[in-house]
Design a protein around this ligand. Structure first.
Ligand code: DQA
Length: 148
C-alpha cells in the first residue's frame, strides 16, 4: 500500500510560522514522523509540498497511478480553490483532508472548506496528530478496498 501526503502553501514554513497556532514541529520532522508511523504499519508513504495551485493539481491528477490514498492539507486553498476541489473529485482513490489548527474556531473565512466535501472526511485541530489520525483511518480504508 502506498499513501501520498500533500502539503499546500506555506506549510514549508512550519516550525517558524505562527508557532502559537501551528506548533514548533518543522515540515521535515512531521514528514519523518509520518514515514516512521507508516513504515511500522508496513505502508509506504511519500510526502510532497508546494506553494503553487497548479503543481498541487498536477500531483493530485497523477496520484491514482502511484498511490492508494491521499492525505491533503490544502492550506489556505482549502477555503477557496474550486480548482483543487475539482482535481480531488476527479480521482476516485480515498482522500482525507487535514488541518493542524481547528479551522472552525478561527476567523470566519477559514470556517468554510470547499475541498472537504469531495474527501472522505476532514480532521482539524489536533496539530500533527491530525495527520496521524488521517493515516490510521486511510490505511484501514485502503485495506478494506483491497479486500473487496
Ligand atoms: C491550515 C489552516 C488554513 O486556514 C491555513 O491557511 C493554513 C494551514 C492548517 O493546517 O491549520 O495554511 O490548513
Amino acid at each position: 500500500m502506498k499513501i501520498l501526503v500533500i502539503h499546500g502553501p506555506n506549510l514549508n514554513m512550519l516550525g517558524s510560522r505562527e508557532p502559537a497556532i501551528y506548533g514548533t514541529t518543522t515540515l521535515e520532522s512531521l514528514n519523518d514522523l509520518l514515514e516512521t508511523e507508516a513504515k511500522s504499519r508496513g505502508v509506504s508513504l511519500d510526502t510532497y509540498q508546494s506553494n503553487s495551485e497548479g503543481e498541487l493539481i498536477s500531483k493530485i491528477q497523477h496520484a491514482p497511478q502511484l498511490y492508494d490514498g491521499i492525505i491533503i492539507n490544502p492550506g489556505a486553498y482549502t477555503h477557496y480553490s474550486i480548482a483543487i476541489r475539482d482535481a480531488l473529485s476527479t480521482i476516485s482513490i480515498p482522500k482525507v483532508e487535514v488541518h493542524l489548527s481547528n479551522i472552525h474556531a478561527r476567523e470566519e473565512f477559514r470556517h468554510r472548506s470547499v475541498t472537504a466535501g469531495v474527501c472522505q472526511g476532514q480532521i482539524s485541530g489536533f496539530g500533527t496528530h491530525s495527520y496521524l489520525m488521517a493515516l490510521y483511518y486511510l490505511v484501514e480504508l485502503c485495506e478494506a478496498i483491497e479486500r473487496n
